[in-house]
Design a protein around this ligand. Structure first.
Ligand code: ZN
Length: 157
């Protein structure tokens, strides 16, 4: 009985630790090898999208992008955010209060001794940034994105 209980407990722990990082080993619609991504992307975009790097605050040219249009994934060109949901967060990273439908997915990120919600592209799994619950109305969410992980396409968003 006791041994059986211990084994079941250990199994539950293993299952839980695996569930904590669902994007690792997960399959996406657009998949490439690490070498293929490296050849395709700029070094900065590769670091953010494929290795969850963070661009230096205030460095993105998209901070001052105020035209109507769509912000696309720099990895696979899936439209992720509309200019209609972009707002000035003052953080130094392009910020949005909502993604487009069926554009992004999230995972729990426990790195740097914090629990944050990581945001990645639904189609290629590329890391985009994090989402926080201190954003403006109507959602109250703040999608804090690395500009280098996005590209801008002007036009009706
Ligand atoms: Zn993508």
């Amino acid at each position: 009985m006791l041994l059986g209980g211990l084994a079941a407990g250990t199994f539950a722990l293993l299952r839980n630790s695996r569930a904590a990082s669902p994007s690792k080993g997960k399959h996406f619609e657009v998949e490439k090898t690490d070498a293929e991504w490296k050849a395709l992307l700029s070094p900065a975009a590769y670091d953010v999208l494929r290795h969850e790097g963070t661009e230096r605050a205030g460095t993105s040219s998209l901070l001052n992008e105020h035209r109507d249009g769509s912000f696309l994934c720099a990895g696979c060109a899936l439209p992720l955010f509309s200019s209609k949901t972009k707002f000035e967060s003052g953080t130094g990273w392009p910020s949005f209060y909502a993604p487009l439908p069926n554009a992004v997915e999230t995972t729990e990120d426990r790195s740097f001794l914090m629990v944050r919600t990581e945001v990645h592209c639904r189609r290629c799994g590329g890391h985009l940034g994090h989402v926080f619950d201190d954003g403006p109305k109507p959602t109250g969410l703040r999608y804090c994105m690395n500009g280098v992980a996005l590209s801008f396409r002007p036009g009706s968003a």
